[in-house]
Design a protein around this ligand. Structure first.
Ligand SMILES: Nc1ncnc2c1ncn2[C@@H]1O[C@H](COP(=O)(O)OP(=O)(O)OP(=O)(O)O)[C@@H](O)[C@H]1O
Ligand SMILES: [Mg+2]
Length: 269
């Protein structure tokens, strides 16, 4: 490998017995940079994301290579430790990711024990993580049950859980889609702060080009299981080459008129 990519995906395909769902996907993602993955529903974004952590559902087969810091995924001694260790993951619907009969504290305990750490030593760490994701008074949070929290609060807890082991990289699959607009803005602000403060790298799946303009440095556009175009946010918004990307951008601009790139620079087309 020629550079310091944190994740490199080479010629990734995902198949069922009789269908190819993702085909010939290549990309590199870096610490401290956000790679946005956009494309219509069913284009293969989530399957691509899941492949990186070897989390494809049963019946789906991955082909091609995934390298994490130059090491092949298959060669990692513990993929379980890699998840939440080297790479955190957050998903679209926070409610579905929490067990309703367990408190937030139990969810942290489970994460700690998955990484071989005793939870008693880690109360301070848990409270600090909750503070980092925006709970100014974190003390009561561990004793709450998921149903006692809003979607936005749960998504922030999920980010705290995903990053509790100081993961340098986050996979975020539609992290704001199911949230109301105020919670969406809070989660986006939080991800931007974590990128800046921790140098967190991200693979950010979204159908919302406003989110891409706000957070991403680079973009890969997917269609029918393939990446059809990649480039910097500025290039993709300013000079999309593929007809599909052009359509995607122009539809977005019809709604928003103008947007900004990841550095806050206005992109006027
Ligand atoms: N377990 C599965 N078995 C068979 N086909 C699947 C499975 N999971 C996903 N697919 C199919 O693979 C294709 C890609 O799915 P994927 O979930 O990656 O799309 P996506 O781009 O994330 O879409 P969305 O924006 O709706 O989340 C779709 O056609 C989907 O129906
Ligand atoms: Mg998806």
């Amino acid at each position: 490998m020629s550079d310091s990519a944190f994740i490199e995906v080479r010629n990734l395909s995902v198949r069922t017995a009789d269908r190819t769902l993702v085909s010939g996907v290549n990309f590199k993602a870096y610490r401290g940079r956000v790679l946005g993955l956009v494309g219509e529903s069913g284009s293969g974004k989530s399957l691509t994301c899941l492949s990186v952590l070897d989390l494809l559902p049963k019946g789906l087969v991955r082909e091609g290579e995934v390298y994490l810091e130059r090491q092949k995924l298959e060669d990692y001694p513990s993929i379980r430790k890699l998840r939440g260790g080297q790479i955190g993951m957050i998903l679209q619907n926070p409610m579905s990711c929490f067990n309703p009969v367990f408190t937030i504290r139990s969810h942290f305990k489970e994460t700690f024990s998955a990484h071989g750490m005793s939870s008693s030593e880690n109360t301070a760490r848990m409270l600090e993580a909750l503070k980092e994701v925006g709970f100014s008074d974190p003390e009561p949070v561990p004793d709450l049950y998921p149903f006692q929290m809003s979607g936005g609060m749960l998504q922030r807890v999920m980010i705290a859980l995903a990053l509790i082991m100081e993961s340098p990289f986050l996979l975020a699959d539609e992290p704001t889609t199911d949230l109301d607009t105020v919670a969406q803005a809070q989660v986006l602000d939080l991800l931007a702060i974590l990128k800046q403060r921790r140098g967190l790298g991200m693979l950010l799946v979204t159908h919302d080009l406003g989110v891409i303009a706000r957070l991403a440095d680079d973009v890969a556009v997917m269609r029918n299981g393939e990446i059809i175009e990649t480039g910097s946010v500025h290039d993709i918004f300013g000079n999309p080459r593929h007809r599909y990307s052009q359509k995607l951008i122009s539809t977005h601009l019809d709604f928003s008129g103008q947007t900004t790139d990841g550095n806050g620079n206005a992109l006027c087309l």
